[in-house]
Design a protein around this ligand. Sequence first.
Ligand code: BGC
Length: 257
Amino acid sequence: MIMLASLIPYFAFIYIIYYLFRKSRREGKIKISGSNINCCVGKQYPGGPLRPFSPVFYEDAKLKTAPWAAPRVSDDILETLPKNPTVEENGQTTGVHGRGCLGKYGPNYAADPVISRINPDTGEIEFALIQRDETPATWAIPGGMVDPGEKSSITAKREFNEEAGGNLDNTSIIPVELYSGYVDDWRNTDHAWMHTTVFHWHDANCSSLGKMKLKSDGVETKKAEWIPYNDIKSGKYPMFADHARYIKMAVNNIQLF
Ligand code: BGC
């Protein structure tokens, strides 16, 4: 008994350390997932060890007035809405409940146009990529969100024309659908996630699309350039979300030509 009693200070000490550790994590979590998140400038939810122990509810303030956002649902309905399929599959929360920065509960649809060419001077495969103002640390396929009632193949063309200054409207090259499904995107929450459809146009002779001069729109995009695949592969151009995966799929597709 006396032995046990003498251990109490040790247990108390361990408990205090544990309590302080949990407290600091909780505070970090609340600070990051509260008003400090500014989705508009591309800040990310905490990843890895900074993910909260238990999910926090977060919906960006801009969703209250954004014309593209769905109305907010009440908390009791929230739990009955479709759940992020990876959360269901892995039994592991994203750390965020609600929509986070996304406009809709459930899937948020995007479309991505992958445009490639073989550079006639170097013989290398090159891709039309952009650097966004919001996410300057990464390069991206010039895709975007599907407007209500729009077909994803139309979105892909529209976004390319807008963001990379090209013209996909009159090309005779027929695109191949490379992928349609879930995106590993930092904005995903337990109740809202990104879903994209990826289309691939390849100009093997660099005779039409490959001749396009790319141009950023100067608002959403900072740069629009033809980037050699080898430089993407080597990591010189870190890619946004799952985009490196789609580029790889396009390379496999080119090899079938
Ligand atoms: C981007 C797409 C991207 C999607 C999923 C959208 O905001 O415009 O290019 O594939 O998010 O990450």
